[in-house]
Design a protein around this ligand. Structure first.
Ligand code: ZN
Length: 251
């Protein structure tokens, strides 16, 4: 059974592996059925370890780096020396790197996984954007960190927003809608239904990522609990998908 979806828009560049895991093919029991890859959600840790082995065998990727996600705008660089420190999984919501064969991962179950590939440098980034991270402009901050550290230019970047809860299912408070429309305009919502995808696309275009270089997954996690975990559709207790990106070569 295939355990992950490939992000074709990024893999066609030939320099990265990128994807998001599906919920099937693992050993976790309900409500984490079955390929839960996160250990912070209350699942049996042996099941999570087995699931990670299943994933790494199928993907052929080495151990991935990840952070303890806190719905912030904090970005961490994974460099050749930071690997030991990263084993402790510092608090952050995005990772960036220019290292080859070092997969970066984030966990989601409705929040938007944002994959960034600077094709020219090359460099990679991955960010976790729920409504808090989106309001805090985590995607913008991730690109800013890539610019500071790697001289990444937004014009050279391809960005993909992975499967996440979409406007069809993401009803929020009127207060939150107001906060979003104040900053990002009226195209980000329909009534009390919010589009985190549109909001992030607006932010990315504002900082110079070409619209043609941005792709958005058609999958809504809340509509498709047959394929994905959805925090909202499953009452808050469920597993997490892993979104991952790895630089394979320096061209
Ligand atoms: Zn939906």
């Amino acid at each position: 059974m295939k355990t992950y979806q490939v992000i074709q828009e990024l893999e066609t560049t030939g320099i990265v592996s990128a994807g998001i895991t599906l919920r099937h093919g693992g050993v976790s029991r309900a409500p984490y059925t079955s390929l839960n890859l996160a250990e912070h959600v209350g699942d049996d840790e042996n099941a999570v370890a087995t699931n990670r082995k299943i994933f790494s065998q199928q993907s052929g990727l080495p151990d991935f780096h990840y952070c303890r996600q806190i719905h912030s705008d904090r970005v961490i660089e994974v460099d050749s020396t930071a690997n030991t420190a990263l084993k402790q999984h510092p608090e952050a919501d995005a990772l960036v790197s220019t290292q080859c064969r070092v997969p970066l991962g984030i966990f989601t179950a409705d929040c938007v996984p944002i994959f960034i590939l600077d094709v020219a440098t090359p460099a990679i980034g991955i960010a976790h954007a729920g409504w808090r991270g989106t309001l805090a402009r985590i995607a913008v901050n991730t690109l800013a960190q890539m610019k500071t550290r790697f001289r990444t230019l937004a014009t050279n970047c391809k960005v993909h927003l992975g499967p996440s809860i979409q406007k069809c299912c993401y009803t929020v408070s009127t207060e939150l809608i107001e906060q979003f429309t104040e900053q990002f305009g009226n195209t980000v919502h329909k009534g009390r239904n919010l589009s985190l995808q549109t909001t992030n696309v607006i932010q990315l275009i504002e900082i110079g990522v070409p619209a043609a270089s941005i792709s958005v997954s058609p999958f809504c996690t809340a509509c498709r609990t047959d394929l994905f975990y959805s925090h909202r559709a499953e009452g808050g207790q469920t597993g997490r998908m892993l979104s991952f990106i790895q630089l394979n070569t320096k061209n």
